[in-house]
Design a protein around this ligand. Structure first.
Ligand code: WTA
Length: 652
């Protein structure tokens, strides 16, 4: 088993399969499987075909220039992203179609037609110009999930000022680091934003951050946080701080879009990974828009009448590509919701689906597992009959969570698209096509047409279980790390020659389907067996009492590592010693004795990043009785501290 070049063992078999539901193919966007072979035969022609569906001021002369690790797409082409998301929809019947339907956490709502949104974006673009923002200047955005977030992004795109959106849950220090790294000139924030019934004091955080940011010349403040507005008004720094509504009141709604080169910077988005200084992922214009446009349309089977809801925050890449740029470039109706899924109770998401007739719903496994935990009575209170397609992104989805999503939310009627991609890839890379692909619970299935993905070992040889690798450039790929091209080469391109290394492990089954097994850094090494976290966790989640699990390797004298598992139970279940024994047995039966956890601990909650990914590195510290490593990327550091105390008490 520990032979040369061996990267991962394969333990889990999953035999359930689901063909596209009957009738789904009528009128669908992509129904012909020949798209795969055509795209493979000539990927550049395939992507150029999609690029042609965008509006260009000047057409490109060359599709791709590839000097590894740097790619340029659609060279010589000129376009504007905001023009493609707004202006081009104003000439036909989409003019007065809802572009953005927004609901705040307290229940207030606002709707913008394409025409409305165009007007707001043009006005705010003029406001930014008035503050001295020119093409190429960076603008930082630190906002709650309110329409002004999308308006700000599009206004930046309109004038060619790259934005750097910083998630509203980040601390002043994290915000300051990101502002300084990008040398942003203007910061757009709000007095506050609603989260679980309270108000996050964004302006106060921003003030704290800006103290250490000499580059910031102006701060624009959206009045959102009701109770905080008065307080913030008293604290506006003369000359530096401006209310959004004051600036907008005098702004003209006519603003010609800047003519951008296909390779001009569209945005920087910082990704923290698990350690180290955050990386400013750079995305450019033409290739990015082409791939987010193509994937939104094909993967979500987006049609004119759909109501599309992606529950991510605009502070993450999912929000950039699949709330703002992909859907709006397609002329879709997008639902945007400000608050928490469980405010005022666990029925909120499903009420929103019913109220707005959501047809396409895209969320993360962490949310699905949270809903599984509290039970199906919540979704069952709402009419979900308009839903016709479900998507997931962000982590491997355990087959049982996938089945729950299919049965309880999709009522066995909706295809599920499990989409694998990264901040760095910019757009969806591995995914089913809903009318073409037979799905299997837990598999992201196949590379999107035009994407070349495979599995390699350390030496770059093909394997059926190993490192996921992207072997050809793709349009929406990261161009560099802002200000640090060396780190770009080192992080993504140094493992093999001219091949992109995403850092995930995966296996390929007999039908050629890909199964993402988790981050390579998290792989367990038990007596020479290299085991991905996903399979052991899925075996645990397969037990009816368990909704979420995280496994880590714990140093072991003989085996190298033994497995420690942290499990969250369904609400109302008791964490007994008998159940621990039963769970160990369950894993042994399901995937084999080698994966049997030595220790199982009940966790009321697992430590997660702000975007909802389980942080296994810290659980390893807990299991090995070490001092906790860096906890600054956690959504709630108290969760892991609690587990540590509990672990010491129970395991000694
Ligand atoms: C993980 C989010 C399994 C993976 C768009 C990847 C997934 C990282 C999936 C990127 C999926 C994302 N199945 N794992 N469908 N989607 N991941 O940058 O480890 O926040 O490398 O981008 O999330 O996370 P990021």
């Amino acid at each position: 088993m520990s032979d040369e070049g061996h990267v991962l063992d394969v333990l889990l078999t999953e035999n359930r399969r689901f063909p596209p539901p009957e009738g789904f193919c009528d009128g669908c966007v992509v129904y012909d499987p020949a798209v795969y072979s055509a795209a493979e035969a000539d990927p550049e022609a395939y992507w150029a075909g999609w690029a042609e569906k965008l509006d260009w001021f000047e057409k490109w002369h060359t599709v791709l220039e590839w000097t590894p690790p740097h790619a340029k797409w659609f060279l010589g082409g000129k376009l504007n992203v905001a023009y493609n998301c707004l202006d081009r929809h104003l000439v036909g019947p989409r003019r007065n179609k809802a572009a953005l339907i927004w609901e705040g956490e307290p229940g207030d709502t606002r709707t913008f037609t394409y025409w409305d949104l165009h007007r707001e974006v043009s006005k705010f673009a003029n406001v930014l110009k008035g503050l001295g923002v020119k093409k190429g200047d960076r603008v930082a955005i630190y906002l709650p999930m309110i329409p002004e977030a999308a308006i700000s992004m599009l206004a930046c795109a309109r004038i060619g000022a790259p934005h750097s959106v910083v998630f509203g849950g980040f601390s002043p220090e994290s915000l300051a680091d990101r502002i300084n790294d990008a040398e942003a000139k203007v910061l757009i924030t709000a007095d506050g934003g609603y989260r679980k019934g309270s108000i996050v004091p964004l302006k106060a955080n921003a003030d704290e951050a800006v103290k250490t940011c000499d580059c910031i010349e102006h701060v624009v403040v959206v009045a959102r946080g009701a109770g905080l507005t008065q307080e913030v008004a008293a604290d506006m720094a003369e000359g530096r701080d401006h209310w959004y509504h004051d600036l907008m009141a005098g702004a003209s709604a006519k603003c010609d879009p800047e003519v951008m080169d296909s390779e001009d910077l569209l945005y920087i988005l910082y990704t923290s990974g698990t350690t180290g200084k955050p990386k400013g992922v750079v995305h450019t214009t033409g290739g990015y828009l082409t791939q987010v446009y193509a994937t939104t349309k094909s993967v979500f089977d987006l049609r004119e009448e759909d109501v599309y809801w992606c529950t991510a925050d605009v502070g993450w890449v999912t929000g950039h590509s699949y709330i703002v740029y992909g859907p709006l470039a397609n002329g879709a109706t997008v639902l945007m919701y400000e608050g928490a899924p469980n405010y005022p109770d666990w029925g909120r998401f499903w009420q929103l689906c019913e109220k707005y007739g959501v047809t396409i719903f895209y969320t993360a496994p962490t949310a699905i597992r949270a809903f599984m935990r509290v039970g199906e009575e919540w979704p069952n209170k709402s009419d979900l009959s308009k839903l016709r397609l479900l998507g997931t992104v962000g982590e491997p989805i355990n087959p049982e969570a996938w089945m729950w999503y299919r049965e309880v939310i999709g009522k066995e009627r909706c295809p599920i698209v499990d989409t694998w991609w990264q901040t760095e890839t910019g757009a969806i890379m591995i995914t089913p096509l809903p009318a073409v692909t037979e799905t299997k619970p837990g598999s992201a299935t196949k590379p999107f047409p035009g994407i070349a993905a495979t599995l390699l070992d350390d030496d770059g040889n093909e394997t059926s279980a190993g490192y996921l690798a992207i072997t050809k450039p793709w349009p929406s790929m990261i161009r560099t790390i802002y200000g640090d091209d060396e780190r770009y080469r080192e992080t993504y391109w140094s493992k093999w020659d001219g091949i992109y290394f995403p850092g995930d492990g995966a296996k390929r089954d007999e039908d050629g389907y890909l199964w993402i097994l988790g981050r390579v850094d998290d792989v367990l090494n038990v007596a020479g067996h290299r085991i991905g976290t996903m399979e052991v966790e899925s075996a645990l989640v397969d037990h009816p009492a368990v909704v979420e699990a995280a496994v880590v390797g714990k140093k072991h004298d003989i085996k190298g590592e033994s497995i420690a598992a942290f499990v969250t139970l369904k609400q109302g279940m008791d964490g007994t010693d008998d159940l621990v024994a039963e769970l160990k047995e369950h894993v042994t039966k399901k995937i084999g004795a080698i994966a049997r956890p030595d220790v199982i601990m009940y966790a009321a909650e697992l430590p997660k990043t702000r975007s909802g990914k389980i942080m296994r590195r810290l659980l390893k510290d807990v299991a090995e009785g070490k001092a906790l490593g860096d906890t600054t990327t956690l959504a709630d550091p108290a969760v892991v501290q609690k587990l540590q105390a509990q672990y010491e008490e129970e395991e000694g």
